[in-house]
Design a protein around this ligand. Sequence first.
Ligand SMILES: Nc1ncnc2c1ncn2[C@@H]1O[C@H](COP(=O)(O)OP(=O)(O)OP(=O)(O)O)[C@@H](O)[C@H]1O
Ligand SMILES: [Mg+2]
Length: 372
Amino acid sequence: MATVSLKGVKKIYDNKVTAVHDFNLEIADKEFIVLVGPSGCGKSTTLRMIAGLEEISEGDLLIGDKRMNDVEPKDRDIAMVFQSYALYPHMTVYENMAFSLKLRKMPKEEIDKRVKEAAEILDITQYLQRKPKALSGGQRQRVAIGRAIVREPQVFLMDEPLSNLDAKLRNQMRAEIIKLRQRINTTFIYVTHDQTEAMTLGDRIVIMKDGFIQQIGTPQEVFDHPKNIFVAGFIGMPQMNFFDARLEKTGDSYVVKCQDATVTPSAKIVAGLKANNVPSKDIILGIRPEHVSFAAAPSETTISGTVDVSEMMGSEVHLHVNAKGKDVVLRIPTTDLPEEHRGGFHYGAEVNFTFRSDLIHLFDPETENNLL
Ligand SMILES: Nc1ncnc2c1ncn2[C@@H]1O[C@H](COP(=O)(O)OP(=O)(O)OP(=O)(O)O)[C@@H](O)[C@H]1O
Ligand SMILES: [Mg+2]
């Protein structure tokens, strides 16, 4: 059993840089948590404080019921895998994996059992007698993970373990980590700047920026209900489109004026706006590329533009459209395209599009927070 709890955790480095501000998170036993955010947002610092490699400046870290702030790293019952696998080059794979257990003076038979089990899980049994330099990047990373597994830690920490691998191997190892997670019953805290990894691996995702938590939620929650413009833009590929727009309230109804289009939000969004007493105001309207629909002809509800770039992806087309100087990205399933455009669009083609009224996001331009 290992819950991990961070209460008001803060990190101020010696150079007075505050890398992490007031970090609060309750991690359930066996939960897979992903910390994600751009470079320098404080992900590694947070992880290193949990590992005990960095001192906690303020706040409390609990693993289970035990306060760990002043407990030595080796006594925290955690294991960490880094981006640079840092294997011992003069030792075989077997010796690399057995090393920490030998230090603990574990009986030889128990060490042998654990190393072989971990090798089996990671499919590296055939490499146990090789030295790391005779392995590929992906195989080395498996050994690094194996070295952590054999310790049977209560909490497994991983800091960008896949970022040294090429795209194909990274996808493969991502699937391996999902399988690994099903086989070993441990709490995982995983750091990445890759939103795909975050979305596919995490039970919950913690999105960070400049040392502050922006949002905590399941992948679906942060995708469907981003709390602010940063989260909205960070999660989702291609990125959400943002427009300067105007919210108009008349009696009990709302419309959004965006360029030449009048968008009527869905009943659910209107109910939310009413509940929050939102008045008529300037807003930022957000719409994901996959929630923009292609319209055959212009009307009061459409925006018009000309095609800058048409990217044929096979099952869908990504269109970059210039709408009054604004670059708008549309993601359209090939099957939804009119026959003459099945192969894509030529430069300068005129197109009209509308927004799915239940899938628009409305943000306050000043606070950048979601109005709902
Ligand atoms: N030892 C240190 N001393 C002073 N400042 C540091 C130290 N380590 C990190 N920082 C600063 O703390 C902030 C957070 O760094 P951190 O390494 O936690 O970011 P990160 O989210 O892991 O970024 P990346 O994705 O690039 O690995 C950065 O501004 C960084 O410059
Ligand atoms: Mg880092």
